[in-house]
Design a protein around this ligand. Sequence first.
Ligand SMILES: [Zn+2]
Length: 329
Amino acid sequence: MQNVEVILANFKRAYSGSAEICQSVIKFYGDFIFTKSPELSRLEADFEVDHSTFNHALERISTTIGFGEIKRRFKKLNLSPEWPQHLPIRLKSGTQISGYIQNVFLSFPLCIGRIAQEEKDIFGFEFVDRSEDILCSILPRIKNTFINSGQVLKSLKRVGMSTYIYGVFHEKGHLFGNISILLKPYEGLEFGYALPAFREYMADLTAFKLAGELPDVILSSFFQRLYWYSQTKNNYDPDKLCFLALFNLVHDCFLRGYASDKLYIDLNRLVSVLANAIDSVPHLEMSDSPDKLQKWWSRQIKLFEENGSSIYREILKDRALSWSSGSAI
Ligand SMILES: [Zn+2]
């Protein structure tokens, strides 16, 4: 496990100097807690820092939104001005990689069973090649489902960069409000699924607000949630519930075609709704009450069943899963 300390030291050194990352190869040899793997997963693999994605992402943010504006947005959301310590990496070689296969990121110090005391203790790695694999696997389904799939696919051209920027902002979003992972590192059992799922939802809304001018960042995440994370059989999975609450916001952006059995998706509206949704989230204080938070989720599930589930099933066709059957909450 000493290797983790080396990674942390090198990573911090790289960030404290400039935006340039000097270290190229990162070696993971140990047991890690991944969010999508049961218990501990052994990882024995070499990863390469994706300099190109890192530099292009920073350049893009700088030329489209600007770092001054990003800092203003951090401030408006009561976030610190610190840039998240999050690096894009790609698998180079490995003998034990199941954790990598099932996950798209690795977040420290949680993945080694430690709790961060301060923001500077938190750092992570985005498996950009895994997100690219997931997106590639769902592109044919997007093509088969939407009349305007060309428009969708055009926005998903640089998936590595889009998902990396999303990952950076999503991690920042985990420090938002009274659900910050720094304020409540230990989740009380009484919250059950409700708090982790709400944290996931709010981290996404924060990320979407920060990346408002970058539709590809919002869409690459949304389509992964729609075609990938919503499919898990576990109804209590935070990513699945997060998708459900997001879908409730945008279900009417999916329209049935008049002369085709395919659907039309209003991309501009979907992006605009998601980018501004955090402005209208009421009652953040409910996250202090397990009862209120669970009721909020029950309402979300009911809303989904009433308004969104039929169009969702049409998008996913026969592969759609139901929240109302089996182990519904
Ligand atoms: Zn998250």
